[in-house]
Design a protein around this ligand. Structure first.
Ligand code: NFS
Length: 650
């Protein structure tokens, strides 16, 4: 086996479980990444396999002859751009199909055809009704929700005009999108058009290809993902601050461990309720367990953490390691980021892997299909399967003790309330503290784990560097879990890790310096937060004027590329780590890294060193502060602190 040169993780619990996996003869993604060398041509976006004449490789690597063109005549630029926007299409499709699933359930619930689901956030329902021109009057929530569900569902298949949530963006941004011809007509349409344009012999101008990628990505962030977040909040409740715990130590030796993994909260919301059902708890006790312990992996975990405080067992690269503990009685999965290796690993222990979506079947797993019309029965069957498997646990159990406390649940609305108070909810205090320089700017650090770099290390190094430099960090996805494991999501972390300006604000408001905003579809909350900052005034009139930046230091999924692209298209400087998928074409890379700024006010960057990447973000934030004329304020704050220190030392 080829030895990997990089350290596998900075997380002790994960490292311990990797050692146990080796002892148990179990192979994980960390081992496979070591064994599988990365194809440099593919990684650079220079391999085209869109037709049967290829694959055509147009980048000379390790003695390969450089072919200037594919057999069809496609250049390296066309091929890199095609591959890149096909990643956008994959990511936007995943988020948006999730959004569609939520809209379907929402509509079924509104029509009374999905027992067990109800409207939890009436205020948000009515706000959306006002926004979409749905009559409220004397109508019931149910009636209003039917109209909203139908409108939401229609957004996916719309053919003309613009998707509705574009009107939420700052006016200047909306005009820019229209001027550039990237306002999405319908969510699905733009994804389909990517697949058409990247078919052999269609769009062969990288400018035009990349523009379509922008249009589909906007349809994700301001469309599919935003619909998912909004409707989930109405159905399941808008998150509010709640205590949580994270890492494999949340598994319990004496309780039935049911781990929920995937992305849609549709089923997991019901499982959370069923697991507390006295009938289920007494069944667990009859089997010798003290109770039922739910925990989560990946974004479905973020969803039930944010709304119910259900603990997180871990992020993407910990899904296999959770099984290696030997203590997981069942792992139930829905869609996305689920490794096919799970049923194989489960065989080495006693774990049952349960698939639930007709879109995501895995050979070797037990399939209990989620049916929204009968969610309660499905959830009961799943919980019962876990309970009945408890007595089958072997002796080969080792649960790491690591688990960290966290305060989570910072939706765009709660940030509003926390900062401004319930009766004058506003982003004013955030804007004021940015203007006066205590907070230098805001950074969104999001995205996956990738075994091509050290697990969690790039996330945590970057986040620590940012908060040390007074940048407030907002997070989602697996990145949020990495920071939480290190203890960065507690109010106490402000004094320990943040710069003095940021720490003083966090201490006054009582928030951590790193805020968890939820799952990856909840990156739409970041768009809303940025828009609220613009609308509150004093920081320019577009998102591209704000002293903000984005990053995905350990990205790996197509969804991350789509997210990055809609951040850039919304005016945000966005830096990715690990690898960059267009390096095979200098022109395409330059277009994304430089020319995009003139068009969108946001640009892409690639920097695998997380500290350097953090400083690229800080430089960008400082550049925006200067353009806004608020750079001097920050110097004054620092000067004041310097003076204070001098005084203190006297
Ligand atoms: Ni986002 Fe969430 Fe994690 Fe990456 Fe996968 S779980 S949707 S894609 S790996 S952050």
């Amino acid at each position: 086996m080829a030895e990997r040169k990089i350290k596998k993780s900075v997380d002790k619990a994960s490292l311990d479980m990797m050692e146990k996996a080796a002892r148990d003869g179990v192979t994980t993604a960390f081992d496979r990444a070591g064994e599988m060398s990365q194809c440099a041509i593919g990684a650079a976006g220079s391999c085209c396999k869109n037709c049967g004449m290829g694959p055509c490789r147009v980048l000379g690597v390790k003695g390969e002859e450089e072919a200037a063109r594919g057999i069809c005549g496609a250049t390296a630029e066309t091929i890199a751009a095609r591959n890149f926007i096909r990643m956008v299409a994959g990511g936007a499709a995943a988020h948006s199909d999730h959004g569609r699933g939520v809209a379907e359930l929402f509509l079924a619930a509104a029509k009374g055809k999905a027992p067990g689901y109800t409207i939890r956030d009436e205020q948000k329902l009515l706000q959306l009704a006002l926004e979409w021109g749905v009559e409220i009057g004397e109508r019931s929530n149910q009636e209003i929700a039917v109209d909203i569900g139908e409108i939401a569902l229609a957004e996916f298949g719309k053919q003309e005009g613009e998707i509705r949530f574009l009107s939420r963006a700052p006016l200047k941004r909306q005009e820019l999108w229209r001027r550039e011809g990237v306002a999405p007509r319908g969510i699905d349409r733009e994804i389909v058009e990517i697949m058409h344009r990247t078919h052999i012999g269609v769009d062969q101008d990288y400018h035009s290809l990349l523009k379509q990628g922008v249009r589909a990505a906007i349809g994700d962030g301001w469309g599919g993902s935003m619909i998912a977040t909004e409707l989930q909040d109405i159905l399941f409740g808008t998150p509010a601050p709640v205590l949580g715990r994270v890492n494999l130590g949340v598994l319990k030796k004496d309780e039935v461990n049911l781990v929920i993994h995937g992305h849609e909260p549709l089923l997991s919301e019901v499982i959370v309720a069923v697991a507390q059902d006295p009938e289920m708890v007494s069944l667990a006790k009859a089997k010798g367990a003290k109770g039922i312990n739910l925990s989560g992996i990946c974004c479905t975990a973020n969803e039930i953490l944010m709304r119910h405080g259900v603990p997180l067992a871990g992020n993407f690269l910990q899904q296999e390691l959770a099984l290696v503990t030997g203590a997981v009685d069942a792992m139930v999965v829905d869609i996305q980021c689920i490794m096919q290796s799970l049923p194989d690993i489960a065989q080495c222990y006693h774990t049952k892997i349960i698939t639930t979506s007709p879109k995501a079947r895995i050979p070797g797993a037990l399939h209990i299909e989620f049916d929204e019309h009968n969610a309660l029965e499905g959830a009961k069957a799943i919980v019962r399967t876990a309970i009945e498997n408890f007595p089958n646990r072997g002796n080969n159990i080792d649960i790491p003790k690591e688990q960290t406390d966290m305060v989570v649940g910072f939706s765009h609305e709660t940030i509003n309330y926390l900062l401004g108070g319930l009766f004058r909810a506003s982003y004013r205090p955030l804007n004021d503290n940015i203007i006066n320089g205590r907070i230098r700017g805001v950074a969104g650090v999001v995205g996956c784990n990738n075994p091509r770099t050290t697990h969690d290390s790039d996330h945590t190094s970057m986040v620590k560097e940012l908060i040390k430099n007074d940048v407030l960090v907002i997070q989602t996805g697996c990145s949020a879990m990495a920071a939480a494991k290190l203890g960065l999501m507690t109010p106490e972390a402000a004094a320990k890790y943040a710069g003095e300006g940021l720490a003083s604000v966090c201490e006054t408001v009582g928030i951590p310096p790193v805020l968890h905003l939820g799952s990856c579809v909840d990156n739409s909350r970041i768009l809303m937060a940025a828009t609220a900052m613009v609308k509150d005034g004093g920081l320019g009139d577009d998102i591209s004027d704000l002293p903000v930046a984005g990053a995905a230091p350990e990205w790996m999924s197509e969804k991350a590329i789509s997210i990055g692209q809609y951040f850039v298209a919304s005016g945000v400087f966005t830096v990715f780590g690990v690898t960059w998928p267009t390096l095979g074409s200098d022109e395409v890379t330059k277009h994304l890294f430089t020319d995009f700024e003139a068009a969108y006010g946001g640009i892409w960057a690639f920097e695998p060193d997380p500290i350097k990447a953090a400083h690229l973000m800080i430089s960008h934030i400082d550049k925006k502060r200067k353009a806004l004329g608020i750079d001097k304020a920050r110097e004054r704050v620092l000067y004041d602190m310097e003076m204070r220190r001098e005084l203190e030392s006297v």
